[in-house]
Design a protein around this ligand. Structure first.
Ligand code: COA
Length: 263
């Protein structure tokens, strides 16, 4: 079921939500309207416990997202640019911390904010025709939606600097080799592969466990090991009183598949 139209399509397939940037004629560049739609959709997903996994992708076959809408940007005052940046940073943060897995299905070009959007997701699957890069420095700006922070955390400081300083794009094979994406698949299979991954999570795991694992990884990676282990212990604690944990133990004993309700 499609619940919204331009510039972002929000579809539901069972427990999986699919967000599709829907400006194919603009290479799915993010303008103010797209950003507002993305914020609203992510906000909705925070509260919707029936959605257990999210896929983010782009309409058409050419682009995942070509970053900020540079045509709109050209008409903005410096103050408006600052507000846009604050807004997009916040939206990326909301995606990063959404208490459910978010999979980027990178279906082509992902430049600037497009790569930053993929970086804010939990797992990235790229089509074999994907091309990714933080090209901002070639526009005399820097990545401003988390790219200077999330890219080095994923691929290492030196590679991130090389890529950000040059604005060089990487193809899918190189993105895989440097750890910028977790998988590369034939373009025609991309969405199905992303859905299969989402379903594998949804059908086999407890939602509270996934939310807590994501929290522990995201927050724990930013602190020293001892503090990270303390975060893990607290996150584990949240799973102990859940009905799903008891159900898993009962199902194991009864040699059947557990039925998780998220309670
Ligand atoms: N903002 C606004 N419009 C964009 C855009 C962006 N970021 N990226 C692409 N478009 C538009 C193009 O202007 C063009 O529209 P037009 O035909 O009305 O002029 C349309 O999308 C198709 O792009 P086009 O440039 O014709 O396709 P291409 O295959 O030759 O090149 C790109 C595609 C993405 C490589 C090129 O458009 C580009 O470099 N875009 C800027 C990407 C970028 O630097 N993003 C970082 C922003 S911080």
């Amino acid at each position: 079921m499609t619940t919204a139209t331009e510039p972002l399509l929000v579809a539901r397939e069972g427990a999986v939500a699919i967000l599709t940037l829907n400006r194919a004629d603009r290479m799915n560049a993010v303008d103010l309207a797209t950003l507002a739609a993305l914020r609203a959709a992510v906000d909705e997903l925070w509260g919707d416990t029936e959605v257990r996994a999210v896929i983010v992708t782009g309409a058409g076959e050419k682009a995942f997202c070509a970053g900020a809408d540079l045509k709109e940007r050209a008409g903005m005052t410096p103050a408006q640019v600052r507000r846009f940046l604050k807004n997009i940073r916040e939206v990326m943060g909301e995606i990063e911390h959404l208490p459910k897995p978010v999979i980027a299905a990178v279906n082509g070009l992902a430049l600037g904010g497009g790569t930053e959007l993929a970086l804010a997701c939990d797992i990235r699957i790229a089509a074999d025709n994907a091309s990714m890069g933080l090209t901002e420095a070639t526009l005399a700006i820097i990545p401003g939606a988390g790219g200077t922070q999330r890219l080095p955390r994923l691929v290492g400081k030196g590679r991130a600097k090389e890529l950000i300083f040059t604005g060089r794009r990487v193809d899918a094979a190189e993105a895989l080799a440097i750890g910028l994406v977790e998988d590369v698949v034939p373009a025609a299979e991309l969405l199905d592969r992303a859905k299969a991954l989402a379903l594998r999570i949804v059908e086999n795991t407890g939602p509270v466990a996934i939310a807590q694992a994501k929290f522990a990884i995201n927050r724990g990676m930013e602190v020293d090991l001892e503090s990270g282990l303390a975060i893990e212990a607290k996150a584990y604690e949240v799973t102990i009183p859940t009905k799903d944990r008891t159900e898993a133990l009962r199902a194991f004993g009864e040699k059947r598949k557990p039925v998780f309700t998220g309670e």
